[in-house]
Design a protein around this ligand. Sequence first.
Ligand code: PAF
Length: 283
Amino acid sequence: MLVAKTISHMRRALDNTKCPLGLVPTMGALHEGHLALVRKARSENATLAVTIFVNSTQFASHEDFATYPRNLERDLTILEAEGADVVFVPSNEEMYPPGFGTFVDVGRIGQILEGQFRAGHFLGVATVVLKLLNICRPDRAYFGQKDSQQCMVLRSMVEDLNLEVELMTVPTVRESDGLALSSRNACLGVEERRAARVVSQALFAAKAMWESGVKNADLLKRQTRDILARESLVAQIDYVSIADARTIEELEVVEGKAILSTAVKIGSTRLIDNVILEPQELL
Ligand code: PAF
């Protein structure tokens, strides 16, 4: 497995590799959720590249960039065992040299929901992903359904800018109690970790209600909020949303494919999660 720290080294490393090339962009602190992406990409491509870069531009100044979990040595050992061919681990200066000033603005889709609570977040995500796609030029790039809005933002960028890459979305991996895997779960204390299961419980309870025939989005969102609010360690509910799966505009009645999503703070740790509401006839 080759580890490249500079853009020129990464480009040279990928120059004579076999096609198709699969790319898994990550911020490291790898867990089974990332490994689901890595394994899918490994099984579908002749060459597998992974990037590890905690991207400063997608964190606002008050957010957890400084304390975001980092463990490069462990990540590289894991990726070697998973059969990655090349890993890109650039420094902040390599990606954002002095004078850097170009950002990708995907418009409204990046400004609502997560974008409303994390101003500038998707500007940073779209910019770094476009840079990584330009540096690596993969045939396919893999992202997790847990970051559903990120997937939609990136899909929109790929379409709008005519990028020649296939975006692959991989289902969310969950702990046995339902908690969606996330690098930020490592920031939860013991009691907070216990409380965090309420996030998926609330989403799945509303999904069950939808499956039983309730299509009114307000009722489904109220059910989700009520369950979240019963857990005393839920410090803040940023949003509960039921949105069209393509446009992410809020729905009043859930008829087509929709995403029920939420962002909550358990103590000081912010968690996001979502479930897909997909009528059987659309499957
Ligand atoms: O999902 C993530 O880990 C990040 O947002 C990504 C896509 C690697 C961009 O920094």
